[in-house]
Design a protein around this ligand. Structure first.
Ligand SMILES: Nc1ncnc2c1ncn2[C@@H]1O[C@H](COP(=O)(O)OP(=O)(O)OP(=O)(O)O)[C@@H](O)[C@H]1O
Ligand SMILES: [Mg+2]
Length: 323
């Protein structure tokens, strides 16, 4: 049966998990579309891993239910585990197996013929920059083990992929590699649930984001929607050496509809005009196209501060994502 692009892959209905008095997941309802990259963004202890452990049928909910490609997590465990790939937060590899052996083992367990498993595993390990290592995986660095874990979750081409903090502990280069790979999966039918407390990661990769705090979803939308609704305004800061140059720019922005407000700061010789404006980068370009600056030599410095998901979380909770 062919499934339309907009059909629902994951339907979570009032899911709860309590550990004694701790309400780790406290009534979460969400719908994730097939083929979507959906991030669950929240600080440490927010309930992200607990939520996913229920969706992957590792933990039994205290209350509520969820459907994964039409199967209930309460009754459809056997069907669900065949369709999902999981890259857990804690690295889970067989330490006394080599990289390829770990991956091939995973593939064969999911019923892939040995020859195909070997070929696919070699290709994926190459893409992730860990091919050619012949020693036991317990000798790999943390970053390499994490990449190996990712390959193990991907090898059997799951319909739904759960990634729990996939770039935690990776250096910037390896992080970029994993991001590029996740982006390349976006052109396929695979549905991806990404758990992260990294707002840059959620912003860069997600089609939609749900922000979770203390077991509850407090906001949901595309990164742009969330930033427009709950974020701060973008700001362009222009510093001048002469007050009259600043005044000229100030007059020019007076009637621009998307400029929310402007303020001035003086520091020693330098006079800075801060222009807060709504909308994204498009409006920054529009702003600059207004002929704001006659002569660039008058400008001492210029800075653009972009509204981020960090601002969204701060404005919603009064706390930073990483306190
Ligand atoms: N097995 C357990 N027994 C008791 N409490 C638990 C258990 N697992 C999780 N918790 C508690 O549930 C809450 C949510 O934890 P969870 O690991 O789901 O958060 P998280 O959002 O994944 O955090 P992190 O970003 O640190 O991974 C925390 O208060 C945690 O201490
Ligand atoms: Mg976690």
């Amino acid at each position: 049966m062919s499934v339309s692009k907009d059909s629902i892959a994951i339907d979570i209905k009032d899911l709860k998990k309590c550990f004694k008095e701790v309400k780790a997941v406290d009534g979460v309802s969400l719908k994730v579309k097939k083929g979507e990259l959906f991030s669950i963004l929240g600080p440490n202890g927010a309930g992200k891993t607990t939520l996913v452990r229920m969706l992957t049928t590792v933990l039994t909910p205290t209350a509520g239910d969820a459907n994964i490609n039409g199967h209930s997590i309460l009754t459809g465990k056997n069907e669900i585990v065949k369709k999902i790939g999981v890259c857990p937060q804690e690295i889970t590899i067989y330490e006394v197996l080599r990289a390829e052996e770990n991956v091939e083992f995973m593939a064969i367990m999911h019923g892939m013929p040995r020859k195909e498993a070997k070929e696919k595993s070699r290709k994926l390990l190459e893409e992730f920059g860990i091919a050619g290592r012949k020693d036991w995986s317990k000798h790999f660095s943390g970053g390499m083990q994490r990449r190996l874990n990712l390959v193990m979750a991907l090898i059997f081409e799951p319909e739904i992929l759960f990634l729990d903090e996939p770039t935690a502990g990776l250096d910037p280069q390896a992080r970029r590699l994993v991001w590029d790979f996740i982006r390349s999966l976006k052109n396929t039918d695979i549905t991806i649930i990404l758990l992260t407390h990294d707002m840059v990661e959620a912003d860069a990769l997600s089609d939609r984001v749900a922000i979770i705090d203390q077991g509850k979803i407090i906001a949901e939308g595309t990164p742009t929607e969330l930033k427009e609704k709950y974020g701060s305004d973008n700001a362009l800061e222009i510093s001048f050496l002469k007050q009259e140059d600043l005044e000229l720019v100030k007059n020019k922005i007076e009637n621009i509809s998307f400029v929310a407000n402007s303020s001035e700061i003086s520091h020693k010789e330098r006079k800075t005009l801060i222009i807060s404006f709504q909308g994204g980068l498009k409006n920054l370009v529009k702003l600059l196209q207004q002929g704001l600056i006659n002569n660039i030599d008058e400008v001492e410095n210029m800075k653009f501060r972009q509204n981020s998901l960090e601002d969204v979380f701060l404005n919603l909770t009064g706390r930073r994502l990483r306190d």
